[in-house]
Write a protein that binds this ligand. Structure first.
Ligand code: KIV
Length: 291
């Protein structure tokens, strides 16, 4: 440990690293657990908890930077967070979002920005939002050796044209578009597909029609895996949560109580106590004090 309690090296693990092949092979065998992380400490924590995939989601723009949406997140910011996550993860597969307008321009733009992201951060796979429309980008990236996770349904980077953060695929016609998108992305080479905010029946049909695993968020239990935003599941922020979030802890309340205790103890003079102080030989202290 350093003076700030930071581990000097990541914990070694005997378990083999998770790869995109591991994720593909999980389909029909076992469920995949994915969660977001945006910094070194949370990456150490979620990796040690045994998740398969750590997502450096552009949701950090909202839950860590307090912005109203993910639109303003830049490639530089993603690289900054992704480097910290890669530093903390030993076993899980780290996937990073490509932010808004870093791939929509076409395959050449996607290749240039994905290459920068991979080189600068150390992540080995990217996630991009969109259906048929991004298939050429997926194909180009995969052919260049960059694994891609697709993302359809509610795609937050397109919330403005979707009319907000709304559930998708609620009609049979909309469902068929999602099915087509899913198949196109699979054929373009995605190693997995994130399904966000759609009725469970839609996600079930899409999952059953694909060879690649689906990872759901607000898409029911039939997906091949699940993902949650870390701040939502740990209760790090208080306020409204979507109905698909299950809170496994209430860390904002616990943290507030802990800091309030610290404030009290500092004001009362009960912190720091003797055990939090460095000692010196009595003789030296006597000399120091001139006695
Ligand atoms: O950015 C993000 O956190 C996401 C969620 C859907 C998991 O893409």
């Amino acid at each position: 440990m350093s003076v700030y309690g930071i581990p000097q090296a990541k914990q070694e693990t005997q378990e083999p690293a998770v790869t995109t092949a591991t994720i593909r092979a999980a389909k029909g065998q076992r469920k995949i657990a994915m969660v977001t992380a945006y910094d070194y400490a949370s990456a150490l924590m979620v990796d040690a908890a045994g998740v398969d995939i750590v997502l450096v989601g552009d949701s950090f723009g909202m839950v860590m930077l307090g912005r109203p949406d993910t639109i303003s997140v830049t490639l530089e910011e993603v690289i900054h967070h992704a480097r910290a996550v890669v530093a903390g993860v030993r076993r899980a597969l780290v996937v990073s979002d490509m932010p808004f307008m870093t791939y929509e321009g076409g395959p050449a733009q996607a290749m240039e920005n994905a290459a920068r992201l991979l080189r600068a951060s150390g992540v080995r796979a990217v996630k991009i939002e969109g259906g048929n429309i991004v298939a050429p980008q997926v194909k180009a990236l995969v052919e260049a050796g960059i694994p891609v996770m697709g993302h359809i349904g509610l795609t937050p980077q397109r919330a403005a044209v979707l009319g907000g953060f709304k559930v998708q695929g609620k009609t049979a016609a909309a469902d068929r578009i999602l099915e087509e998108d899913a198949l196109t992305l699979q054929e373009a080479g995605c190693f997995s597909l994130l399904l966000e905010a759609m009725p469970p029946a839609v996600a079930e049909i899409v999952s059953a029609s694909l060879r690649i695993p689906t990872i759901g968020i607000g898409a029911g239990a039939s997906c091949d895996g699940q993902v949650l935003v870390l701040h939502d599941m740990l209760g790090l922020l208080e306020g409204h949560l979507p109905r698909f979030v299950k809170q496994y802890a209430h860390l904002a309340a616990e943290g507030r109580e802990a800091v309030a205790r610290y404030v009290r103890e500092v004001r009362e003079g009960t912190f720091p106590a003797a055990e939090h102080c460095y000692s010196m030989p009595e003789e030296e202290e006597r000399i120091l004090r001139g006695k």
